[in-house]
Design a protein around this ligand. Structure first.
Ligand SMILES: [Zn+2]
Length: 337
């Protein structure tokens, strides 16, 4: 508010209350984030776990994981006015990623559910797959090369798993997390689930892994992930750690945080900042708000676009004809069932 008043012409600042009010309202309208062409990525504050909401300019809705508590993600979705989900992805079947998915499937129309194809033995997993079936949700196993065209200029690409799974790792479920890359204009977001160092090595073996401005840090900042080699390839400008305060795993690990700092990433944490919201426009990515008002630096200059090495790679993605290419079609807003 202080900044808006500072921008007012001197004669208005010193003038009549009505004139001052009109200028103030005009300033507020101009200060609102642009809606047209703005894509939002929200890393929701749901405690220990992951829950990421993507909304495109045409209101296509993607969920990547939903945290553990049955109602936590739904509360966020209701508060944000989300009434349908086009694509729900479970990166892997651990409870802190799928625990709330059944509630979402039961409460909202979900078009497609996708996971890494690895089953789990838990009741949580069985309930989820039962809900997928009984709710008539289309199921797709995530496989590298799949590109979801969300909107004009917004694509979501599966980078992992490939045709075969990583085996014999510290946690095969973690290591075979679905890894996704979102592109909007020249902005890039990388979502890594709970992938670990073997996953990162597999990604590094391909030319597909390029610089990417925003990184959802793997495995809640565990030091089994975020290797230096991986971070030096990705070179994130913004790194978001989804993690619960006082969690039992001592996440995030100081080693991983140190490696993120070493590559110059600005680190945001849901345990410190609450829900982290990122706005993507043709001008770059802006951090909009962080719910808990931490003292940590939050400013990411809107004027700083992520013109990184991947310029032109969207067209490359579209031209390479993946094994499956799918266009999400939502002709009009849907109503909850
Ligand atoms: Zn996890």
């Amino acid at each position: 508010m202080r900044r808006l008043i500072h921008r007012l012409p001197l004669d208005v600042r010193a003038g009549q209350p009505l004139a001052r009010l009109i200028w103030l309202i005009a300033g507020l309208v101009c200060a609102l984030p642009a809606v047209a062409g703005t894509l939002t990525v929200e890393v929701l504050d749901i405690g220990q776990g992951d829950a990421i909401l993507i909304r495109t300019p045409a209101q296509k809705v993607v969920l990547i994981d939903v945290g553990e508590a049955p109602g936590a993600t739904m509360q966020h979705l209701q508060a944000l006015g989300v009434r349908h989900v086009d694509l729900a992805v479970a990166t892997h079947p651990h409870a802190d990623h799928i625990g709330g998915m059944t509630s979402v499937l039961q409460a909202l129309p979900v078009k497609v559910f996708s996971d890494n194809g690895l089953p789990h033995t838990t009741d949580t997993y069985r309930r989820l797959m039962t809900a997928v079936e009984t709710r008539g949700v289309t199921y797709r196993t995530a496989i590298a090369g799949t590109v979801y065209r969300l909107d004009d200029g917004a694509t979501l690409e599966v980078l992992l798993p490939r045709g075969s799974y990583l085996r014999g790792t510290r946690s095969d479920l973690n290591s075979n997390s679905v890894v996704l890359r979102l592109r909007h204009y020249e902005n890039c977001f990388l979502f890594t689930g709970d992938s670990e160092e073997p996953t990162e090595r597999a990604l590094l073996e391909t030319d597909d892994l390029q610089a990417c401005g925003v990184l959802k840090v793997a495995h809640h900042g565990s030091s089994h992930s975020s290797s230096s080699a991986f971070l030096e390839r990705v070179r994130p400008r913004i790194a978001v750690v989804s993690v619960g305060a006082g969690n039992d795993y001592a996440h995030p690990g100081p080693e991983a945080l140190g490696r993120l700092e070493a590559v110059g990433a600005s680190v945001y944490r849901t345990d410190l900042h609450g829900t982290v919201t990122l706005l993507s426009t043709e001008r770059g990515v802006e951090e909009l708000k962080a719910g808990r008002g931490s003292q940590a630096p939050l400013a990411v200059e809107l004027e700083t676009p992520f013109h990184q090495a991947h310029t032109g790679s969207v067209s490359k993605v579209l031209q390479k004809r993946p094994p499956e290419s799918w266009h999400l079609e939502v002709a009009k807003p849907e109503v909850p069932r």
